[in-house]
Write a protein that binds this ligand. Structure first.
Ligand SMILES: [Fe+2]
Length: 387
């Protein structure tokens, strides 16, 4: 960092609309991007239907001359089997583009269905380190949570067995994203807290990252400032505050597009698959120890983030304490456990968790120096005790 020369690259949606009621502009987006023919609406199993948004999206598309097929079978942490099923429908219906409406699960599933519908094969054929090549259907992403950032990223995470696998490539960045804060008024409190913890994790893992640069830092600071300021009101239901969290999660998504995630996500994946913890909760259970580990290695960066967040720290140690203190306050406010132990993880599982964390090499490599097993072990054991 410091005086090093600038070098980075990332893709973004061609069109991004943010604002209350912006879902009504789906027709305009379709028209601006020259999309036509048949759309596959990809959603989770209940919210889209229950909230009336499924009908609304269908109506808007149809009134713009687009016919619609629906795939509403996406589960949390979508499986390879599910996206293969979605792609079968996409292929059968000969769809021309995809509208993915939901949290990270529906958007990630939509991205991979976009590949499989045209190229066939199994989901695992496209897992990293596979290179994603054309053809691929265009995806319009509409987030309904405030964490994943998938609406702006080149990543999709697909489960197979107890593993989470990443599909990554510029071609799966959605062609357009519509971020409508009104949709977040339906988000239950616990999901709001968990998904915000995911966004926090994206920001912090991007900051303490081999690929961090002045541009990703801007996204990180702006994302964290908004989350720290608006989290509690958003949790209590304020739509104005939820709007800020949706904005922040999109920015944190841009940061991971530049940097990639690291130890927290790598290790958290197993916690989700083994114990069913929400992805954001899994990250929340590891983030404190990650900040401590990173701040020992990067005291200057630690001091800098504390200053940029307005904590006015005098030393890097003080900055670490203030940042962790601020995050713990949010966790307590939203009833998030402060240790793996409190979350119900048995102590005898720790070695397995460490081994699984080490298996996500792609994530580990994004951290300066690439963490050793000993580093991950210390992080996980401290996270277990909550110290
Ligand atoms: Fe995440």
């Amino acid at each position: 960092m410091g005086q090093a020369s600038l070098s980075f690259g990332f893709g973004l949606p061609r069109k991004l609309i943010f604002g209350r009621g912006s879902i009504e502009r789906l027709g305009e987006v379709v028209e601006d991007l020259g999309l036509s023919g048949k759309a596959l609406l990809v959603t989770g199993r209940s919210f889209a239907k229950r909230s009336g948004y499924l009908d609304k999206l269908k109506e808007i598309l149809e009134s713009n001359g687009v016919t619609v097929a629906i795939f509403d079978r996406v589960e949390p942490n979508p499986s390879a089997e599910t996206v293969e099923l979605g792609a079968e429908l996409g292929k059968r219906e000969k769809v021309d583009f995809i509208v993915a409406f939901g949290g990270g699960s529906a958007m990630d599933a939509g991205k991979v269905i976009a590949i499989l519908s045209l190229q066939g094969g199994r989901a695992e054929d496209y897992f990293y380190p596979a290179v994603i090549r054309p053809p691929i259907l265009p995806v319009i992403a509409i987030p309904t949570t405030c964490g994943t950032g998938s609406e702006v990223t080149k990543y999709a995470v697909i489960s197979k067995g107890l593993k989470k696998n990443t599909v990554a490539g510029e071609l799966i960045v959605p062609i357009a994203s519509i971020l409508d804060p009104d949709v977040l008024s339906y988000l239950p409190k616990d999901l709001l807290a968990y998904t915000s913890m995911d966004a926090i994790s994206h920001a912090i893992e991007s900051y303490f990252n081999k690929n961090a640069n002045p541009l990703s830092d801007i996204y990180v600071f702006e994302a964290l400032r908004n989350i720290l300021e608006y989290f509690k009101d958003a949790y209590d239901g304020s739509i104005n505050a939820r709007e800020r969290l949706l904005y922040a999660s999109m920015l944190a998504g841009k940061a991971i597009n530049l940097c990639g995630t690291t130890i927290v996500h790598g290790t958290g994946y197993y916690l989700t698959m083994k114990y069913g913890f929400h992805h954001g909760l899994a990250n929340a259970l590891l983030i404190t120890q990650f900040i401590e580990h990173a701040s020992n290695l990067m005291p200057q960066r630690t001091l800098e983030i504390g200053k940029r967040l307005g904590f006015n720290p005098r030393t890097s140690t003080e900055s670490t304490e203030l940042l962790i203190g601020a995050l713990n306050e949010l966790k307590k406010y939203s009833n998030i456990p402060l240790s793996l132990k409190d979350a119900g993880v048995p102590e005898e599982d720790l070695e397995k968790i460490i081994d699984e964390g080490m298996s996500y090499e792609r994530n580990l490599k994004n951290f300066p120096g690439t963490p050793s097993r000993r580093d991950v072990e210390e992080l996980v054991k401290r996270a277990f005790r909550g110290e």
